[in-house]
Write a new protein. Structure first.
Length: 215
């Protein structure tokens, strides 16, 4: 099993609940399946550029005109997208680690998604709709938030965006371990909620290890 782990949290692990979730998840997974191939991408170390007109033209103009020849600037604008898309295409599972900020994902994660979910790289358009150009079957979301959010909460733009964007390229299986209520000023049970999320992350790891063993 090949896993691409993309982390969007600038804090050190001792201050980051989402990174602690990831540590518990991968600790359990590697314990159960030491043959896992893991590729880590820290978006605060390898920052994605924001989507540009040059990148748009490089990726979309060939969709509209098969004879289109990109300029050198347009080719250069696609360097990061091509690098990250290659890592994405080598993966079976995508793990996204991040906090919720202002009811959504960090901008750096959205920028990464904009680079990767690109025609010609991770999908192509056909008469019947998008056709995946990857082998990712599942996404694991490891998220922490100060507030508490019920399932399908109107305030939760994070999981909705992940499901919609990656669902567009054929990934429907999204599994979540969420440490919510992590602001101790408002929630006296933040530590209990954190431990519950840690247990959920380990359960997700066990599920993946079992599925991988079954082949």
């Amino acid at each position: 099993m090949n896993i691409l782990h993309v982390c969007a949290n600038p804090k050190p692990i001792e201050q980051s609940v989402s990174k602690q979730l990831a540590a518990r998840f991968f600790g359990k997974l590697m314990e159960l399946n030491p043959d896992v191939e893991l590729n880590n991408v820290d978006l605060y170390q390898d920052k994605p550029p924001y989507y540009s007109n040059d990148l748009y033209r490089r990726c979309w103009m060939p969709v509209f005109d098969a004879a289109y020849e990109p300029t050198k600037a347009e080719e250069a604008a696609a360097n990061y997208a091509q690098k990250q898309a290659e890592a994405f295409k080598q993966a079976d599972v995508l793990v996204l680690t991040m906090p919720m900020w202002n009811f959504a994902m960090p901008a750096v994660m959205k920028a990464w998604m904009d680079q990767v979910i690109t025609p010609g790289l991770t999908f192509e358009l056909s008469a019947t709709g998008p056709k995946p150009l990857h082998n990712v079957t599942s996404i694991v979301l490891l998220v922490a938030s100060g507030g508490i959010y019920k399932e399908d909460d109107d305030r939760d733009a994070l999981t909705r965006q992940v499901r919609a964007a990656f669902g567009f390229i054929g990934i429907k299986d999204v599994r979540i371990a969420w440490a919510d209520g992590q602001n101790p000023l408002f929630f006296s049970d933040s530590e209990v909620r954190r431990e519950t999320a840690f247990e959920a992350a380990e359960e997700l790891a066990e599920e993946l290890a079992e599925e991988s063993a079954e082949g």
